[in-house]
Design a protein around this ligand. Structure first.
Ligand code: ZN
Length: 285
């Protein structure tokens, strides 16, 4: 299934059109995607049993740039983010590969919809295309072999970063510099795990003003999605609606020669194979 938050209403995105979940189920399911993310098994069963008619003929391709697309999780309890999780990105940042996952947070108020505009807080505002994991089940000490059963699905994400604030002190502190308004757009919708054969075998790209800067595959992750979920759950309880940014491949602005950063009007197109794409445009802070 593809589950979107469209104008604040849970909406299934099918090849034939859109289904408003609450209306089509006559109130059996909530209109709130934050709630549904913990009930995806029953939602899938209902969809299979009732085969509801589409309520809107809009195609996925036409929907993808809709400004009514909100974040599929608008009130995440926890937002985990992983630093230096692609070999080639650690190299371009001049940093050594972590021995254990390097975990920080993007504060929940930075989460935004697929096509949200982002502010430019400093002259070193940078992009990071990332696979975002959405947790669907509560757990602690989850084993890597069973970790994907705790995942509701995946989104395309941008870990927008103010490098000036991120790297201000020594040691660096990542969280604030990555938590400005709309610095964590996710979307275009949640694609459930049954539609993703292997989250560590997906093409991931980022274009800035139509120029391809990031072009990699999630197979280059240092720690796989399974390992990240297992590791985080060995310390923090994971809960439905938690989200995890899993790190960015090489090709960020800081890694260019010379470095290139974002300015108002810059168009950021981020895409992941099978999950769709998001578009974010820079604006004055
Ligand atoms: Zn990142």
């Amino acid at each position: 299934m593809r589950l979107a938050n469209l104008n604040g209403r849970a909406t299934l995105v099918t090849d034939d059109g859109l289904i408003d979940v609450e209306k089509a189920s006559m109130g059996a399911f909530s209109s709130d995607t934050d709630v549904l993310v913990g009930q995806l098994d029953s939602l899938a069963q209902w969809l299979h049993d009732t085969s509801p008619d589409v309520t809107d003929m809009t195609s996925p391709a036409a929907l993808v740039r809709d400004t009514g697309l909100g974040p599929v999780i608008s009130q995440p309890g926890q937002v985990f983010a992983i630093g230096l999780n692609y070999r080639t990105h650690a190299l371009e940042m001049g940093l050594t590969l972590p021995v254990k996952p390097m975990v920080f947070t993007k504060f929940p108020s930075s989460v935004a919809g697929a096509n949200a505009t982002y502010p430019i807080p400093s002259a070193k505002t940078d992009w990071e295309a990332e696979l975002v994991v959405v947790i669907g089940k509560r757990g602690r000490n989850v084993g890597a072999d069973e970790a994907l059963t705790y995942v509701a699905g995946y989104c395309v994400g941008q870990d927008l970063s103010d490098r000036e604030l991120q790297l201000l002190g020594s040691p660096a502190q990542f969280s604030l510099g990555k938590s400005y308004e709309n610095f964590a757009p996710i979307g275009p919708w949640l694609t459930t795990t049954d539609e993703v054969a292997d989250p560590n075998s997906l093409e991931i790209t980022c274009e800035v003003n139509g120029v391809l800067h990031q072009d990699s595959n999630t197979s280059d992750m240092v720690f796989t999605v399974r390992e990240l979920v297992a590791y985080v759950s060995s310390i923090c309880e994971i809960r439905p609606g938690d989200i995890m940014f899993t790190g960015s491949p090489h090709g960020v602005g800081q890694g260019q020669h010379p470095p290139v950063f974002l300015k108002p009007g810059d168009v950021l197109d981020t895409a992941i194979e099978g999950l769709g794409s998001i578009r974010n445009v820079g604006r004055e802070r």
